[in-house]
Design a protein around this ligand. Sequence first.
Ligand SMILES: Nc1ncnc2c1ncn2[C@@H]1O[C@H](COP(=O)(O)OP(=O)(O)OP(=O)(O)O)[C@@H](O)[C@H]1O
Ligand SMILES: [Mg+2]
Length: 251
Amino acid sequence: MIPILVITNRKGGAGKTTVSVNLAAEFAALEKRVLLIDLDSQGHCAVGLGVKVTAGQKTIHDIFTVDPFSIHEIICETAVKNVSLLPANTTFRHQNSGNDEMCLARVLAEKVISEKFDLVIIDTPPSLDNLLLNALCAANWVLIPYVPHPLSFEGVRQLIRVLFKVLSEKNPALKILGFLPVMTTSNVRQHKQVTEQVSKQFGALRVLHGIRTDIKLAEAFAANKPVRFYAPKSRGAEDFSQLAKLLFELM
Ligand SMILES: Nc1ncnc2c1ncn2[C@@H]1O[C@H](COP(=O)(O)OP(=O)(O)OP(=O)(O)O)[C@@H](O)[C@H]1O
Ligand SMILES: [Mg+2]
């Protein structure tokens, strides 16, 4: 089975989409064929990759409402070589995602996915609902970005409760790849304290080297590009390149 990596945190603004888009680009640069799935109806992955989604275009959210269809027909190419996108429906209502937590797992089991791709990344919305359950049931790895603020720690704890429930009842193959501090600043004492708290609770080995605060990461989104193309010499580009190499070894 190819690695299927879900990027999640119950907290909004925790860096999930920034990590999803930039990791996709970094894995692609390592010659991996990457499929990025945008489960968040905010649709920001398409923005970060410069993909225009037109009205009426089929999206990943159709798997929850439309009769079964083959998702490989609706995969979009992006401007980034080796990165393809299953875009979000920006008008999708979360309450329409039903109760079936295996919709995404079923479509990803299509043979064409493992033939065409080496890795799948799933960006998730900041909610604990059936969309998140679908992502956790379809994945075999989970990566949890967090901003090292006290409230984030609570968000991580809430997510972990859901994660353990999924692990024990639905998807025992799911493994935690790591906790990733993002928007870090080394001289802020609070950042160190929160990361120490995460290490103590979940194990120091699971806390990855973080992504530093870098305005280039925000600007790259506005320029519709991953940071490795927008500002190749930036801190953000350097941190994501290191992270992708490390994660590649761990998976
Ligand atoms: N390392 C960083 N340095 C500076 N800004 C960052 C960094 N990481 C993310 N950001 C900015 O922080 C904001 C939130 O990031 P992002 O959209 O990736 O979070 P998210 O968890 O996907 O949010 P949501 O829960 O709304 O989906 C964005 O404006 C993004 O550009
Ligand atoms: Mg997001």
